[in-house]
Write a protein that binds this ligand. Structure first.
Ligand code: SAM
Ligand code: SF4
Length: 349
């Protein structure tokens, strides 16, 4: 560690320390996604292999350390924070972190705290999430058919997820349903999924499958470009493009027939990197500046090196200074190997 640098940073006036982080392409980094665990109680076929090797427990940051890292990012201009995983609600005592981060909203230092979940544990936690200041959550759900749900998640129970959705709505949480569009699996069911979601006052967002991590199947078999999905849906629905944004990568359409919103996340067919405002932190304190690239920064060492955050802040600045322009995902018969070896469950969705 370079103490001279720390002393210099330590002497900076406060407003200079909390100026927004700007990457080399002029993008302000205001959104942090935190994968609080790489473990999960499901094994979705496009996300994980059935027998996964998870990170050794000894490498995990404690929830207190994760909180300190999040606070350091908030001090550096992050205004929106999403907890994800793996399944965030299977991390033991996760509500401690949610409550601590909720205090940042109360204090006006954070605009939004959200969560992406598979919904399996939501019934248990919905009321407390709401009490901690969470207003919106994303629930991942690819099908409304219990047998197909079990097939795609391998271990999941649709009834439990439905209970979770009921509990979350009863607690006043706004829900967005996320579905990965999979050719030959749920493409024909998307109209029903959309009518169901919109009928319950929930947005639906479709996601293109991304080539991340080794899985048992060939991703090419189920890859469904959303441009093709949109063309199919336009036979039955009238869409208008709307400027609605939630700070994430989805582009939204308004659906005349349902009065609801359909989001499209198209990392494959339309790369949205030019407006990227986010970085991703794993449960071991590794910071990925891009979901689709391998470069990363070790924040755990920086965090543990000193009790004050000056060195950590410097390491974060250096990492943001290396944020790449974008990812280079391709899925076709010539490119059926993962673009990055790590699974989506390491960096979160
Ligand atoms: N377990 C939680 C869940 O499923 O919502 C949070 C983590 S999960 C990795 C986040 C999102 O990533 C989910 O909506 C999931 O469907 C999506 N996902 C996982 N693997 C993917 C892949 N290879 N391509 C595109 N989306 C993927
Ligand atoms: Fe678990 Fe979410 Fe991956 Fe499914 S998509 S295996 S629920 S982390």
């Amino acid at each position: 560690m370079n103490t001279a640098t720390i002393d210099r940073l330590g002497a900076l006036p406060l407003q200079q320390k909390s100026a927004p982080m700007i990457d080399p392409f002029g993008r302000a980094i205001t959104y942090l996604r935190v994968s609080v665990t790489d473990r999960c109680d499901f094994r979705c076929t496009y996300c994980m292999a059935e027998h996964m090797t998870f990170l050794p427990k000894k490498d995990l940051l404690t929830l207190e350390e994760l909180h300190r890292l999040c606070s350091a990012f908030i001090a550096k201009g992050v205004r929106k924070l999403r907890l994800t995983g793996g399944e965030p609600l299977v991390r033991k005592n996760i509500m401690f972190l949610v409550r601590e981060l909720g205090k940042e909203i109360e204090a006006g230092r954070l605009d939004e705290l959200t969560l992406t979940t598979n919904g399996s544990q939501l019934a248990k936690h919905a009321a407390e999430l709401s009490d901690c200041g969470v207003k919106r959550i994303n629930v991942s759900l690819d099908t409304l058919d219990p047998a197909k749900f079990h097939q795609i998640t391998r271990w999941g129970d649709l009834a439990k997820v439905m209970e979770g959705i009921d509990a979350a709505q009863a607690a006043g949480l706004k829900i967005k349903i996320n579905a990965v569009a999979l050719k030959g699996f749920n493409d024909a069911e998307i109209p029903d999924l959309m009518r169901w979601a919109h009928g319950r006052g929930m947005d639906l967002t479709l996601i293109e499958t991304m080539p991340m991590g080794e899985i048992e199947e060939d991703r090419t078999d189920h890859y469904m470009p959303l441009s093709e999905m949109r063309r199919q849906l336009e036979k039955s629905f009238t869409f208008s493009d709307i400027p609605y944004r939630t700070g994430g990568p989805a582009r939204y359409l308004e659906v005349a027939e349902t009065g609801g919103r359909l989001g499209l996340i198209t990392p494959m067919t339309h790369n949205f990197c030019e407006s990227c405002n986010r970085v991703r932190l794993t449960c071991t304190g590794t910071l990925y500046m891009c979901l689709g690239q391998n470069d990363a920064a070790d924040l755990r060492t920086a965090l543990r090196a000193s009790e004050d955050d000056a060195y950590l802040s410097q390491v974060i600045d250096e990492a943001i200074g290396r944020k790449p322009k974008g990812h280079d995902f391709i899925i076709d018969r010539d490119h059926n190997r993962p673009a990055v070896a790590r699974h989506m469950s390491v960096t979160g969705g």
